[in-house]
Design a protein around this ligand. Sequence first.
Ligand code: GSH
Length: 237
Amino acid sequence: MIDFYYWPTPNGWKISIMLEECGLDYRMVPVDINAGDQFEPAFLAISPNHRMPAIVDHAPPADYGDAPVPIFESGAIIRYLAEKAQCLYPAEARLRKEIDEWLFWQVGNLGPMGGQMSHFVNYAPGEHPYSYKRYTGEYHRCLGVLERRLADRRYLVGEQYTIADIINWPWVLISKAMGQPLDEFPRVAAWRQRIKERPAVQRGVDLGKDMRGGQPKSEAARQRLFGQTANTAGTGE
Ligand SMILES: N[C@@H](CCC(=O)N[C@@H](CS)C(=O)NCC(=O)O)C(=O)O
């Protein structure tokens, strides 16, 4: 059984979709990031960067030994699950190299740029023209990278749907809500729709739907989320 530490956001969906696609047994453990669950010592022991998603696998593959395996960072989690279930991560060397490229590209580019853009589009009070332009531009640039990549492929590494698609997709799913409706990126729009139609993807995105909250509801929650430093660890103190 896998404990899946989760809150319904794009980074969480990467892993809920993967668990559903591979038919793995899991138990969802909510990490309410508005309430500060990401700073609980028990959670930090699993995820030292105080971010979800994270997992603990209580029945790991034999080469990990018997002790439960904790994993943080969506890229590391998705590769671990793919190898455990031998699912959506083909072993062929050149293909695997390409999958890894698009996986690391997501966690180093589309994810952080989309995350900062979301902050300035959805959460930052007041006008921040430079930051807004910088991050909306970077997110737009990333969509252009995907558009070119999909020029002659149905999925990011060819005709096969893989973990490279799963890890990128949630941050494209939300493009319209962030003010970039994909009109300029028809191949990305078609790829998004193709993946959205998969039943496992729908189940993954629906996980914990009733916990979705929109804006942080209190000033304390805003401080916890947006006032983090090494000293306060986001407690708002
Ligand atoms: N690089 C991390 C990013 C995870 C991340 O940023 N998670 C957000 C939710 S989408 C979070 O836990 N935020 C809590 C906070 O900001 O305090 C990954 O890919 O797993």
